[in-house]
Design a protein around this ligand. Structure first.
Ligand SMILES: Cc1cc2nc3c(=O)[nH]c(=O)nc-3n(C[C@H](O)[C@H](O)[C@H](O)COP(=O)(O)OP(=O)(O)OC[C@H]3O[C@@H](n4cnc5c(N)ncnc54)[C@H](O)[C@@H]3O)c2cc1C
Length: 323
């Protein structure tokens, strides 16, 4: 039984999990993706962020790394690759958090799901999904898995270019395929890619794939033409961005307003001991900013702990808490 379960491992959920540790709470952070960082890590890792207090500017992925480092101070339980599907309130005022990997129990809940559960945008055509994670990848966990292999990257954004550049010195060959002639990545990264040995194929759309011996054959259509071609590769990495799904909110025992959760000044939802913070909440004047979420996290965690352990008294300042 956890004191506080935080649903969503974006920047705001990460800071809430740290703050719960600071307040001696037994915390559990649950994230659907295989990595923490929410929108910051998934959508704009290479961008500079200018409005986080204390940092004149910081690269988005560096901010996530700092948050992860801060989290290790109290090492809360972290469940990655875990999607919360439902929350039920039990007769003893605790909660059962139902996930795709089993149930967890908690005395209080902090919802920090942002715009909803992230999932990688998948290939739109039919193919044998047995290839997933073996030869077709939507995430990369270890670059070494691709050593001395022919790798094809599909996509035209920062992440696709970053993966292609990171793989170039390791893989036997790297090909990048994008449906437009222009890439959406940082200009400097695009230049670096053009100057590298990465083979660039544009404007091509992936239209199918099939096993071909030990390799896979990718079928391609040239945009706005009837031209078709194929590419043989050992590994395909698909980097088409992410979709977010907030419908899960309907499975939580709280009042919602569209894809948002109305909260009061304590970040409390309509249900006792369930709080919400970050981009998912709405209140007059709410701003969907990291800084706002960072302000909301201590309020929610402190209020939750006061409800769970009313007898506990703790100093307000971290300078008095950490020894
Ligand atoms: C392009 C872009 C640029 C931006 N630039 C700035 C900026 O310069 N400054 C700034 O302050 N803000 C910026 N923002 C906004 C900022 O990223 C958000 O305010 C911030 O990410 C909100 O954090 P969060 O933790 O509330 O939600 P998110 O970052 O959305 O994280 C929520 C996490 O919860 C997970 N989740 C959702 N549902 C479930 C579930 N059912 N089970 C398990 N996990 C779940 C999601 O997968 C996700 O990882 C920008 C946003 C974008 C898109």
């Amino acid at each position: 039984m956890y004191d506080i379960s935080i649903i969503g491992g974006g920047p705001v959920g990460m800071f809430a999990a740290f703050y719960a540790g600071l307040r001696n709470a037994d915390a559990h952070l649950i994230e659907t993706l295989p990595h923490l960082g929410g929108q910051v890590a998934a959508l704009y890792p290479e961008k500079d962020v200018y409005d986080v207090a204390g940092f004149p500017h910081i690269k988005a992925k560096e901010l996530v790394a700092q948050l992860a480092d801060q989290l290790t101070e109290f090492s809360p339980a972290i469940s990655l690759n875990t999607t919360v599907e439902k929350i039920t309130k039990e007769a003893d005022e605790t909660f059962t958090i139902i996930t795709n990997h089993g149930d967890y129990h908690s005395r209080a809940v902090v919802i920090a799901i942002g715009n909803g559960a992230f999932a990688p945008r998948k290939l739109a055509f039919k193919y044998d999904h047995k290839l997933d994670d073996r030869q077709v990848h939507y995430f990369i966990n270890n670059l070494e898995d691709f050593r001395d292999q022919n790798v094809t990257v599909a996509g035209g954004g920062d992440s696709a270019i970053d993966w292609a550049l990171a793989l170039e010195p390791i893989a036997k060959s790297v090909t990048i395929i994008h449906r437009r002639d222009q890439f959406r990545g940082l200009e400097s990264s695009v230049e670096k890619m053009k100057a590298s040995s990465i083979k660039i194929m544009t404007p091509y759309l992936l239209s199918g794939l099939a096993p071909a011996g030990k390799q896979i054959e990718i079928q391609l259509k040239k945009a706005r033409t009837k031209e078709e071609t194929t590419v043989l590769t050992d590994q395909l990495i698909v980097n088409y961005g992410f979709t977010a799904d907030a419908r899960i909110l309907r499975q939580f025992p709280i009042e919602i307003q569209g894809a948002t959760v109305p909260v009061d000044t304590h970040m409390a939802t309509s249900t006792d001991r369930i709080y919400a913070i970050g981009d998912v909440v709405t209140y007059p004047g709410k701003m969907q900013l990291i800084a706002s979420g960072f302000g909301e996290a201590p309020v929610a965690v402190t209020q939750a702990l006061q409800q769970v352990y009313p007898e506990r008294k703790q100093p307000l300042h971290s300078t008095s808490l950490i020894h």
